[in-house]
Ligand binder design. Sequence first.
Ligand code: ZN
Length: 150
Amino acid sequence: MELESLYQEVILDHYKNPHNKGLAPEKDIQVHHVNPSCGDEITLNLTLRNGDVSSVTWDGVGCSISQASSSIMSELVTGKPVAQAMQTLENFSELMASKGTQSGDEEVLEDAVALAGVSKFPARVKCALLGWMAFKDAVVQVNGREEDQT
Ligand code: ZN
């Protein structure tokens, strides 16, 4: 099977059977992000525990890329130390900024390498990054809140 069509399968599979979709009632924070250029929307609930990403659940509407990418992101960061999750996010952001010149590190990005081809289409990069930026925003807000308390 061609790599491109294999990647299509991965994206379609996450789109049809999204992981961690449906908002968990308990959360540290909820964020809502939109991608006006495509009409994608995401609401994301984040829970951190002892420096780990305890739970990421989300709900949203939008194109297959935004939905699949949010599903992949939620799977990749859940259960990881926050620092490692942010590293993965940086790695994915670099891939999306590569304009098709990078194929992505599968060791780090796992299913997210299937989105590598999206980096050739600047208009779609925002779709792929929507869920990831929502996650980043949520982490920053929770950490900021903790710093306020000390
Ligand atoms: Zn989109």
